[in-house]
Design a protein around this ligand. Structure first.
Ligand SMILES: NC(=O)c1ccc[n+]([C@@H]2O[C@H](COP(=O)([O-])OP(=O)(O)OC[C@H]3O[C@@H](n4cnc5c(N)ncnc54)[C@H](OP(=O)(O)O)[C@@H]3O)[C@@H](O)[C@H]2O)c1
Length: 287
C-alpha cells in the first residue's frame, strides 16, 4: 500500500469528513476539493445564508457556530444521523484573527478569540473523539498557523490562541496513541482568503487605536493596507492547504505537522537554530 492509500478499515461510505468555517477561504476550497476526491463532505458555516450558498453548490451543508455549544452538538448529531454514527475526518478550520497590541486588547476581545478558535474547536473535538474511538479509526486535522509557533508583534490574541491549539493538539495526539485516530496540524503562512478583511473588521470593532501608544504603527499599517492591499509575495492560494489536508486524510502515516508557505518553513528553521535574542530581532521587524 502506498503512502497515499486510504486506511483499509475505512470503506468509501465511512469516509465522511466534517469541516468548519466553509463560508469562504480554506474551508470552502477544502469542502469542494474533498468532494472531488470522493469524500462525503459535511460543509458547515455559521450563517444560514452561507449554508444555503453551500447547498446551492451541491454540498451537504449544515449550520455550525463555534461560539455556540448547542449548534456544535446539533450539527454533529445530524452528521452522525446521516452516516450511521461514523465520522472518518474532522477538519477544525473556522475562525478569525484579532489583531492589535497586547496592551490594547480588551479582555472581551481576547475572550472572543478563544471562544471561537479554542473552546469551540475543543468542544467539537471532544464530541468527535468518542465516535472515532468507537469505530477504531479517524483523522483530526487542525488548521493552525505559522503564528502557532512564531510570535509576531500586534498579533498577541491570535498568537496565543494558535499556540494554545498547538499545545492541545500535541497532548491529544499523545492521548490517542494506539486508538487508530491520528491528529495532524497544518501551519499555513499567508493564504489568499477573506481572513485579512475579516480581521481588519475585528480590529476596527475592538481596538481604540486613537488613544494607543502604538497609534503611529496602526496609522501606518492602515495606510499601507489601503494603498497596496496585504498580499505578501509569499502568499499562496487555499489549494496549498487543501493539498496537505488531503495527505493528512489519505496517508497511512499522516504527518504531525504540515508546514505551508515559505515563511512557515523559514521561521520553523530559524526557531530551531537561532538564539532567542536574534530571533526577536527578526520577528520584531515584521510589519
Ligand atoms: N488566510 C491565512 O493567511 C491563514 C494563515 C494561517 C492560518 N489560517 C487559518 O485558516 C482558517 C480559515 O481561515 P481562512 O484563511 O479561510 O479565512 P476566512 O476566509 O476568513 O474564513 C474563515 C472561516 O471561519 C468562519 N468562522 C469565523 N467565526 C466562526 C464561528 N464562530 N463559527 C464557525 N465558523 C466561524 C468564517 O465564517 P463567517 O464568514 O461567518 O465569518 C469563515 O467561514 C482559520 O483557522 C485561520 O486561523 C489562515
Amino acid at each position: 500500500m502506498t503512502d497515499n492509500d486510504h486506511d483499509s478499515s475505512a470503506t468509501a461510505n465511512q469516509r465522511a469528513v466534517l469541516i468548519t468555517g466553509c463560508s469562504s477561504g480554506i474551508g470552502l476550497h477544502a469542502a469542494l476539493e474533498l468532494r472531488k476526491h470522493g469524500y462525503r463532505v459535511f460543509a458547515t458555516a455559521r450563517k444560514t445564508a452561507d449554508v444555503e450558498k453551500l447547498t446551492a453548490q451541491g454540498l451537504t451543508a449544515l449550520q455550525l457556530d463555534l461560539d455556540d455549544a448547542q449548534s456544535i452538538g446539533n450539527s454533529l448529531a445530524q452528521v452522525l444521523d446521516e452516516t450511521g454514527g461514523k465520522l472518518y475526518g474532522l477538519f477544525n478550520n473556522g475562525g478569525f484573527g484579532q489583531s492589535g497590541a497586547v496592551e490594547d486588547l480588551p479582555t472581551e476581545a481576547l475572550r472572543a478569540q478563544f471562544e471561537t478558535l479554542f473552546f469551540g474547536w475543543h468542544e467539537l473535538t471532544r464530541q468527535v473523539v468518542p465516535v472515532m474511538r468507537r469505530q477504531g479509526y479517524g483523522r483530526i486535522v487542525q488548521n493552525s498557523s505559522v503564528l502557532g509557533f512564531a510570535a509576531m508583534p500586534y498579533r498577541g490574541a491570535y498568537n496565543s490562541v494558535k499556540f494554545a491549539i498547538e499545545g492541545l493538539s500535541d497532548t491529544l495526539r499523545l492521548e490517542l496513541r494506539g486508538s487508530g485516530v491520528y491528529v495532524s496540524i497544518i501551519q499555513p503562512g499567508p493564504i489568499r482568503t477573506r481572513f485579512r478583511a475579516n480581521g481588519l473588521q475585528k480590529f476596527h470593532d475592538n481596538i481604540n487605536h486613537q488613544d494607543s501608544a502604538h497609534r503611529a504603527y496602526y496609522e501606518a499599517t492602515l495606510a499601507r493596507l489601503q494603498a497596496s492591499g496585504d498580499a505578501s509575495r509569499f502568499t499562496l492560494g487555499p489549494e496549498a492547504v487543501t493539498e496537505k489536508l488531503l495527505h493528512a486524510l489519505n496517508s497511512n502515516s499522516p504527518k504531525l505537522r504540515y508546514r505551508v508557505t515559505t515563511p512557515t518553513i523559514a521561521f520553523s528553521i530559524a526557531k530551531r537554530l537561532l538564539p532567542g535574542f536574534l530571533l526577536d530581532k527578526i520577528l520584531a521587524t515584521i510589519p
